[in-house]
Design a protein around this ligand. Structure first.
Ligand code: ATP
Ligand code: MG
Length: 560
């Protein structure tokens, strides 16, 4: 089932597809999502997935999943498996249309032979350095390779021997014979095949030569009968080559259309650099909740709906821009507001003893599970003589406008009673370790019969009933809006935020969360949305804070 997009904006791609159907250039819509299995998917890929699968669905078409696995050195089965899991989690389905570029290696080889026979490809012995030299620059044309005019027979012989593994890595390449003076460097006799004595995660030791992306991609699209090959803007300058291969081979010709990549403030979207963070131990793994990977976002508590909503809101455009990460946070906050059960959890606990509350007495206070969703019902929160509240909700000397608890001041405990602070207990170092309070039994449920008011309501957890939990608070992984903005001699690693993770080992949550499954999401009242981490085991709960309650995006929007 392909989910409905939150909205269906019309953009230049949808307009082009509609036009192609109207003009009869294509009679159906068939797209593909072509990840290279060299890392985990990130939120940028979510945009491409939403475009590829979304547009196919809107036009009653189909979308394939195709692994672009032409580089055995960087690709692994683990990545293939995770990519599939992530796409499914996002809510998209390729049904039985799972393909690999490596499925087409034999066909691609035959096509390469055809190009040789047509005099459109040749084996070149230039070393990589020489090839760079011959290629020219943006302002200077390149020079023809001295091997450019080899006979068809010699080319066929050498190419067959490349395949047979007779030559070492890098000794020779197969190149398309196009135009060394072309204004587009991609057309200056691009390499089609290179020699690589490396095992492939699917074809094993079968191949000693591997096709380059450009020689594999368009033909794979053609084999699968793709109509619209949608990709990001960096492929625009490759399009003439995409077209050249298909036209020269005289095979079915899909249409490539490019759109702007997603860039996100305070975030890096590049598998290569995300891999570096993982390898160097800068994060705990690909699924570290600070990572912009789909697995990281999932572990952090993001819902697939919120990510799809984000993709719909940013839309597709032809021009590069940077999306605001607070919009992504806004989307998950809005979604969780509708569906997350509310509970009370104390992150930095301060013990409170209610002196006039009978020892051993427990009352069950009725608490609302979700004010946004009446069907979520209510639960019971136990109340007793000893509680925890947040350290922040007490000040011995309250500053101006501080209305929470302080000596002699009365506040409301959410769903319970008015309490007043009558004493402060300190340890030998003068640190506050406990508050003494009294409660007013007449205020049960939260209102005083005599009409007296309190200026604040704070949350609490009954100490003997509390579930102890570890809570992990996250901040942005990068301290700079553009992580690549670095002075000479520094790298993006210097922009890592040293305070991106704060671990609170001793938090207390109300007992209704006991036994919560991995991935369960809650709103801890007044502090944010939290998700049960897979590190939770043997009765020990670990929560990740997905996002706080304060919406900085909505605030910015309002002031606009
Ligand atoms: P990265 O630079 O992160 O490695 P990539 O483009 O090499 O990305 P691929 O696996 O080749 O990653 O990408 C699969 C598809 O996802 C391609 O069609 C690519 O255009 C698209 N894509 C990758 N990154 C983004 C992004 N930030 N925004 C939109 N689309 C993206
Ligand atoms: Mg790539």
């Amino acid at each position: 089932m392909i989910p409905e997009p939150t909205s269906q904006p019309t953009d230049f791609i949808r307009a082009a597809v509609a036009e192609d159907l109207k003009s009869g250039r294509y009679t159906r819509v068939h797209t593909r999502f072509p990840p290279e299995p060299n890392g985990y998917l990130h939120i940028g890929h979510a945009k491409a997935i939403a475009v590829d699968f979304g547009i196919a669905a809107e036009f009653g078409g189909q979308c394939n999943l195709r692994f672009d696995d032409t580089n055995p050195v960087k690709e692994e089965q683990e990545y293939v498996d995770m990519i599939m899991a992530d796409i499914r989690w996002l809510g998209f389905d390729w049904e039985d249309r799972l393909y690999y570029a490596s499925d087409y290696f034999e066909q691609l080889y035959e096509w390469a032979v055809q190009l040789i026979k047509k005099g459109k490809a040749y084996v070149c012995d230039l070393t990589p350095d020489e090839m760079r030299e011959y290629r020219g620059t943006l302002t200077e044309p390149g020079k023809d390779s001295p091997y450019r005019n080899r006979s068809v027979e010699e080319n066929l012989d050498l190419f067959a021997r490349m395949r047979a593994g007779e030559f070492p890595d890098g000794a020779r390449t197969l190149r398309a014979k196009i135009d060394m003076a072309s204004g587009n460097i991609n057309l200056r006799d691009p390499v089609m095949y290179r020699i690589l004595h490396a095992a492939h995660h699917r074809t094993g030791d079968q191949w000693r030569i591997y096709p380059l992306y450009d020689f594999a991609h368009g033909q794979s699209d053609s084999i699968e009968g793709i109509t619209h090959s949608l990709c990001s803007l960096e492929y625009e300058i490759h399009r003439p080559l995409y077209d050249w291969y298909l036209d020269t081979l005289e095979i079915y010709h899909p249409r490539q259309i490019e759109f702007a990549r997603l860039n996100l403030s305070y975030t890096l979207l590049s598998k290569r650099r995300l891999l570096q963070l993982v390898k160097e131990g800068r994060v705990r793994g690909w699924d570290d909740p600070r990572m912009p990977t789909l697995s990281g976002l999932r572990r952090r508590g993001y819902t697939p709906e919120s990510i799809r909503d984000f993709c719909a809101r940013i839309g597709v455009a032809k021009n590069d821009s940077v999306a605001d990460v607070t919009l992504l946070e806004h989307c998950v906050r809005e979604d969780l507001n509708k569906r997350a059960a509310r509970v009370m959890g104390v992150l930095k606990p301060l013990k409170v003893v209610i002196e006039n509350y009978p020892e051993g007495q427990v009352e069950e206070m009725e608490a609302i599970n979700n004010p946004e969703d009446a069907s979520a019902g209510t639960r019971k929160a136990p109340f007793s003589r000893e509680l925890y509240i947040e350290q922040d909700d007490f000040r011995e000397t309250p500053p101006p406008k501080y209305y929470r608890l302080s000596p002699g001041r009365e506040v409301r405990l959410r769903y319970a009673y008015f309490v007043k602070c009558v004493g402060v207990v300190k340890d030998a170092n003068g640190q506050i370790v406990e508050l003494r309070c009294t409660y007013d039994p007449a205020t049960r449920g939260g209102d005083a019969p005599d009409g007296r008011k309190v200026k604040s309501t704070i949350h609490w957890v009954s100490a003997p009933h509390a579930v102890q939990a570890e809570v992990r608070l996250y901040d942005r992984l990068f301290a700079k809006e553009n992580p690549d903005d670095v002075p000479e001699g520094k790298t993006f690693l210097d922009n890592l935020n040293p305070n991106s993770l704060e671990v609170l080992p001793m938090c207390f949550v109300e007992p209704s969360v006991k036994g919560a499954a991995h991935g369960s999401r809650y709103q801890f009242e007044r502090s944010g949305y939290f998700c049960v981490d897979p590190d939770s085991a043997n009765g020990k709960l670990v929560f990740n804070r997905t996002v706080g309650l304060k919406d900085s995006w909505a605030k910015v929007e309002k002031s606009r």
